[in-house]
Design a protein around this ligand. Structure first.
Ligand code: ADP
Ligand code: MG
Length: 695
């Protein structure tokens, strides 16, 4: 249960004074529905109202706070759209305050003729005269000191005024209770951090532009709190998992030996080592949760297959879950012959299997006849039962949520879990998504891979590129042509791909060009893919459906249109489709000139290196974590106060702090433990509190 002290923060924003239902909707859109969301809604700028010149010295365009005597009202004429004006003066000149659609009653009260008022807003010039349209503040002289200050400016949505947003946040911050310190006292002292509430107030009361920086003491402290909550939650999940018994799966190695003997290549050292780590984990009576991370083309599928054979050797079954139909089929194509060499029945299950065919597979999974199954989401359906699922492998996990991983694992009793990813998630991000998860990395590429020549070419030189494509296919090579990514619009993506397909088909002949995209019927997509794999088509025009996994060694050219619109990691993934065979490979990044500085830097990174991890780190640096993998799909947590590109040292400290705190007080029952529980609730990571034994 949420601690009572936090109740006021978890009330709806309408509970704040001055926030009615209409503004609540807008505030919710800008910040979130609860009071606590406003605490995390940080100012993006400041308005400095400390400048209070005489009228004669008031520069046009400046924000000023003026002390004025109200001279005379000039109400707007009944007809026409002329504004209501109020003339005011000081001993150096006069100014008109201008109001459109004014309420005369209100203005008469706020600005009584003959009296002195403090007025704050932006100075404008109308001809030779000074004016101020809709002053931000009008107040009696007594309030001059509260007015002459620096105001934070908050990110807003249309319809909100800065005043309402500011008031709502201020009211929220006022509500924040004093909370017991959850950070280790020596660390707080060393960092010279203020207590949580003070840091929060300071962050919302900037006095200079530089007070808004993420590197101030107060923003660092708040970022640390958020990271600590994240790391503590992950550490708790892990602790919980460790407490659950697993099962020991170890086989004699006979099946693995047969499969390895049938491989047309020898395993790389990285593959052997990863396999050793996986085997050791599976052999322990704990539940394995291991990430197999390897750049595109590093050979993860074979490792996964061998791991699955360990489960089968131990008398259990194994399943591999892939994010797309194409990938599931491709994995199955790799795995089936090896499983056959080992004498293990394997099956493929996708959404396309229906009726009797599907029933037969389900029956064989339930009876245990099928040892290894590869599939898509179809594997997650409720009626898919295993006799004894010992190992679940999830490929390209960032497309699956934690939820789906769990569904699959629960189809077995204490099944081990291996998560594979080709996306080189930087260590920083990995920590926030998994905490200290065990990781095996495939750092070597299989022997014989040739470096890829990567070039950035402006779209204006399209003709040259088409010429190069023509030469490549004349020499028996094959080409991927990836069409521009248009954010949020599959329909437009498709139109682009279709137009490019028509162009290239006209040029090279329809038989030599294929088109593949996400809207096609699965059978059509398979046919197109099969024709490309068989070398019947020379050019494959595609939307990004080919991004992950597709393996055609003969393809040696990759053209990416509007490369500047793609993420770096995504470009790297796409490029990883080539350079897999004997041919020298070329990747052409077609870009729309002129490129901005960041876009230039990003394409340069890609030309300079083929190291997926370096590319991911650079991407993080250049773009920030949120965008890196597309936060929506990624399943990675989005932070509101922390920015991993700035605060990664704090992340590491938070991890160590969380680990240590749990070692000392595994159930968070001591003084600091209780404060840490409050922290988890404050950042809404409370689902994990249920894993604790007592409170
Ligand atoms: P990933 O999934 O890591 O991108 P894959 O598992 O699809 O990579 O492997 C890419 C290609 O490399 C496949 O054709 C695979 O058969 C091949 N391969 C895997 N391991 C080796 C190896 N040790 N030596 C040579 N080729 C390998
Ligand atoms: Mg793969």
């Amino acid at each position: 249960m949420r601690p009572e002290i936090l109740f006021p923060l978890f009330a709806p924003v309408t509970s704040l004074q001055g926030v009615g239902p209409r503004f609540a909707k807008l505030i919710e859109k800008a910040a979130g529905p609860q009071v606590v969301d406003l605490l995390w809604h940080m100012p993006a700028g400041i308005i400095d109202r400390r400048f209070s010149p005489k009228l004669a010295d008031a520069p046009e365009g400046a924000i000023v706070t003026l002390t004025l005597r109200v001279d005379k009202h000039f109400p707007s004429p009944a007809a026409g759209k002329r504004p209501y004006k109020v003339r005011c003066r000081d001993d150096t000149g006069f100014i008109h305050l201008v109001f459109f659609r004014a309420k005369a009653d209100y203005l008469k009260k706020a600005l009584p003729e003959g009296e002195v008022r403090v007025v704050s807003g932006r100075i404008e010039k109308f001809g030779d005269e000074l004016q101020m349209t809709h002053p931000d503040h009008i107040a009696p002289l007594d309030d001059v000191l509260t007015l002459k200050r620096v105001e934070p400016v908050y990110p807003m949505t249309a319809g909100l005024t800065p005043r309402i947003m500011g008031k709502a946040v201020t009211a929220a911050v006022e509500r924040a209770p004093v909370l017991d310190e959850w950070i280790e006292s020596r660390f707080v002292a060393k960092q010279k951090w203020a207590p949580w509430r003070d840091a929060l107030q300071r962050a919302h009361n900037p006095e200079e532009e530089s007070d808004l920086l993420l590197t101030t003491k107060w923003r660092e402290r708040l970022a640390y709190d958020e990271l600590l909550a994240n790391q503590l939650a992950l550490a708790l999940v892990r602790q919980h998992q460790r407490r659950q018994r697993g099962r020991s799966l170890s086989g004699g190695g006979a099946l693995r030996a047969k499969a390895i003997a049938s491989l047309p290549f020898t395993l790389t050292n990285s593959q052997m080592q990863a396999l050793g780590e996986i085997a050791a984990d599976m052999g322990m009576d704990l539940r394995m949760l291991r990430l197999l991370q390897g750049d595109v083309g590093s050979g993860k599928t074979v490792v996964a297959l061998l791991a699955m054979l360990i489960a089968v050797e131990a008398g259990a079954q194994a399943a591999l879950l892939a994010p797309t139909e194409i990938l599931a089929r491709q994995h199955f194509a790799t795995i089936a012959p090896l499983a056959e060499a080992a004498g293990v029945p394997a099956a493929l299950l996708t959404g396309r299997d229906k009726g009797k065919a599907r029933d037969a597979i389900l029956a064989d999974l339930a009876s245990g006849k099928i040892g290894i199954v590869v599939g898509t989401h179809a594997l997650l359906q409720e009626d898919v039962d295993f006799k004894d699922l010992g190992l679940a492998v999830v490929d390209e996990q960032h497309r699956f949520g934690v939820h789906q991983r769990v569904i699959l694992a629960e189809k077995g009793a204490a099944a081990d879990m291996l998560v594979m990813t080709a996306t080189p998630i930087p260590r920083t991000l990995m920590l926030t998504a998994y905490g200290d998860l065990d990781v095996s990395r495939l750092t070597e590429k299989p022997a014989g891979r040739k470096p890829i020549d990567t070039r950035a070419v402006p779209l204006g030189r399209m003709e040259d590129v088409v010429g190069a494509v023509s030469r490549a296919i004349d020499q028996g090579g094959q080409v991927y042509w990836v069409c521009p990514l248009i954010e949020e619009s599959e329909v437009v993506d498709l139109a682009n791909a279709e137009a490019r397909y028509r162009d290239l088909a006209q040029r090279f002949g329809e038989k030599r060009v294929g088109l593949i995209h996400g809207r096609q019927r699965a059978t059509e997509r398979d046919r197109t893919m099969a024709a490309f794999v068989a070398g019947e088509t020379g050019v494959l025009v595609a939307t990004t459906v080919i991004e992950v996994g597709v393996d055609v060694p003969n393809a040696s050219v990759m053209v990416i249109e509007h490369a500047e619109r793609f993420g770096l990691a995504q470009l790297h993934q796409l490029r990883g489709r080539i350079g897999r065979g004997a041919r020298a490979s070329t990747c052409v990044l077609l870009y729309q000139a002129p490129l901005g500085e960041t876009a230039k830097a990003r394409l340069k990174v890609l030309r300079d290196t083929d190291d997926g991890f370096r590319i991911a780190e650079e991407d993080l640096r250049l773009r920030g974590a949120g965008e890196l993998l597309g936060t929506r799909q990624s399943g990675l947590p989005a932070f509101r106060l922390a920015d991993l590109a700035v605060h990664d040292e704090l992340l590491k400290a938070a991890r160590d702090d969380a680990t240590l705190a749990l070692e000392r007080d595994p159930n968070l029952t001591g003084d600091r433990g209780r404060a840490l529980r409050v922290l988890l609730y404050l950042f809404e990571r409370d689902a994990v509190v249920r894993t604790l034994r007592s409170g």
